[in-house]
Design a protein. Structure first.
Length: 172
């Protein structure tokens, strides 16, 4: 029997905390890049966005920041929970899908607001829907709570897809 290293538990906790901070930094970093992409001509208050025809179900602009802040927290926490699960092929796949959905999420804002390309943003969003759904399904095999945590994100992505699709269709 291997003797216990009295320092291993604190090191493991420290590593887990650092990993959690890493997941939060990556996730909120993507959010910060989106905010930077919206500065100036790319903002929701820009003349371009104000001139777009929008559906009746378009929420007020002030609602997006608090919703996304909470969802990004859920995305980070879910990814961290999967990361701290025992190594397995499903864990590896889930973490890859987590990274893919985050990259697609980060691409949407510059496509829509900076490039003024709602069609390209819609394609990105559909890919994001697929990646986030696959992440959630795979995460459920590793850590059921991690999957449940991002369920509101999937709902919001569905709403965002309908909203983006409607804006695209109304402004062709």
């Amino acid at each position: 029997m291997k003797p216990l290293d009295s320092g291993s538990a604190p090191r493991a906790r420290a590593r887990s905390v650092l990993a959690g901070l890493g997941f939060a930094a990556l996730t909120y970093g993507v959010s910060a890049l989106g905010v930077l992409a919206m500065r100036g001509k790319g903002s929701a208050n820009s003349a371009w966005f104000r001139s777009r025809r929008k559906p009746a179900f378009q929420p007020p602009n002030w609602l997006f920041a608090p919703v996304w802040t909470a969802l990004y927290g859920a995305i980070a926490y879910s990814g961290w929970r999967v990361w701290r699960s025992p190594r397995s092929p499903d864990r590896t796949k889930a973490l890859g899908l987590w990274a893919a959905q985050l990259a697609l999420n980060g691409a949407w804002t510059p496509l829509f607001f900076r490039a003024h390309a709602p069609g390209a943003a819609l394609v990105d969003l559909v890919a994001l829907d697929v990646a986030a759904t696959a992440y959630t399904a795979t995460a459920a095999k590793v850590d059921r709570q991690a999957a449940l945590i991002v369920t509101p994100y999937l709902g919001w992505l569905g709403f965002a897809t309908a909203l983006n699709g409607s804006i695209f269709a109304k402004n062709r």
